[in-house]
Design a protein around this ligand. Structure first.
Ligand code: ZN
Length: 134
């Protein structure tokens, strides 16, 4: 794992959350992107070497909507940048971690991503990510 690439935060509404995080971080949101397969809108902020990713559900029954219903708004996942996602997935599987997807999938921000089941990581949803073409 190379570094914390971003922290994902589940929010109810971009309309209020984006201006709030722009104020908090004192930097503009530089990109919003919809990831239809995950039923989310994403909004990105650069903070030094890492990013903040806000997540807003695009459906009432989407994963982020369900997360907020259960736990409220807040930290949803931590994403680590990896150099070789396939090798890292294989290594973690051998170590006994449960991968939520067997193949890397296309995430937001031009990344291949894979999630680890939070039951195996002390309740933290962990995302591996690698720049596509990087
Ligand atoms: Zn993420």
């Amino acid at each position: 794992m190379l570094k914390i690439e971003h922290i994902g935060i589940a929010v109810s509404r971009f309309e209020t959350a984006i201006p709030l995080y722009e104020k908090l971080l004192n930097t503009p949101c530089y990109k919003t992107e919809t990831v239809a397969s995950e039923q989310v809108n994403t909004a990105f902020f650069q903070t030094g070497d890492s990013k903040i990713e806000l997540l807003e559900s695009i459906r009432e029954d989407g994963v982020i909507a369900k997360f907020i219903e259960k736990k409220g708004e807040g930290i949803h996942h931590i994403a680590f940048e990896v150099g070789d996602i396939l090798a890292e997935m294989e290594r973690l599987q051998k170590e006994g971690f449960v991968l939520l997807n067997k193949e890397p999938k296309k995430g937001a921000d031009n990344k291949w991503v894979c999630f680890l089941h939070p039951k195996g990581t002390n309740g933290v949803l962990v995302e591996l990510c690698q720049e596509i073409g990087g």
